[in-house]
Design a protein around this ligand. Sequence first.
Ligand code: 9MR
Length: 377
Amino acid sequence: MNPWIPSAAFSVAVMISGFGPQTEKADQPILKDAFGTHFLIGGALNDDVVAGKDPDAALLVQNQFNTITPENVMKWALIHPEPARYDFDASDRLVAFGRKNTMVVIGHTLVWHNQTPGWVFEDGNGKPLDRETLLERMRDHIHTIVGRYKGTVQGWDVVNEALDEDGSLRQAPWMKIIGEDYIARAFQFAHEADPEAELYYNDFSLENEPKRNGALALVRKLQSQKIRITGVGLQGHYKMDWPSPMQVQTTIEAFAGLGMKVMITELDMDVLPDPTGHQGADLSIRAERREELDPYTGELPDSLQFALAERYAELFRVFVGQSDKLSRVTFWGVYDKTSWLNNWPVRGRTNHPLLFDRNYRPKPAFLAVIKTGTREK
Ligand code: 9MR
């Protein structure tokens, strides 16, 4: 399949925009060129893309992106499934893919409450672990992984989603057993393992003020303790009507004001009806599938394609305007078919959240995004 045979809606978008028809490969617009002077642009990859099982997706990544993040393979449950066993096959493949294609490789994620096996928090008898032993376990995990990819993974999501929506610290097992300094210790261990690596705090819905204030306080506290933290990732699991461009701009400015590099780390746009009202990506929030929650099982209607294009464009206009503060924009996936949003918060729907459709074809949103990068500032 040639992904550059565009959809009908894309052809209309091309005509409207004044771009020529994309017949020649050499004429294809390229995201990493459009944003070359602004920020890195990339995607989250699953092992299929890297291991040769989804070659069309791999081609898109090679043509369009200059940075990659593992969507899953570096999570604790996959890379360190048993106390004395690490499994680096898939993560090594991903890092090698990035190196071969001269891409910036980001590590995701070292300390999180999801995808962490139960044994991590228990002793041999299934009883909750004590603080010192859990800290030692965390140190071993971080030193082993960050040490292995020292010099090849440029930056790490050291702590992921440590905050609740009101800005207070989430009562995750890490927090309950170690206490709130688990965050500082995680950053410390990562810095010891690779003193050159960039170290990030990564979370969703930081565009909402209460949670943003919690994250700002967290960054200030780490800075006052002289803990190395270099950046903050705004995940960017967005909806058509949330957050506003102004909320995004304010958030980027607030973290940059503390000297943080700011990144959009998991960008996608949920276009389906929302049965939960949740603004973010909390995996514990779920809803049952009902027919009316899954209205676009075929092609996305043109009206929505264009609304999606305009929505992406309004956000990218902010990103480009803030590009002195923004170092990277990473999509959470490559193309619609394999997006996690097909299965969350409702399992088994047909979502359309990315720039490339189920057949790897660029959507009108792709062109709309390209235009925000190539036009004069
Ligand atoms: O997209 C990921 C999905 O395939 C996994 O099943 C899920 C659980 O590990 O994690 C998803 O990625 C999450 C990311 O790691 C952290 N922020 C929220 C993302 C979407 O849930």
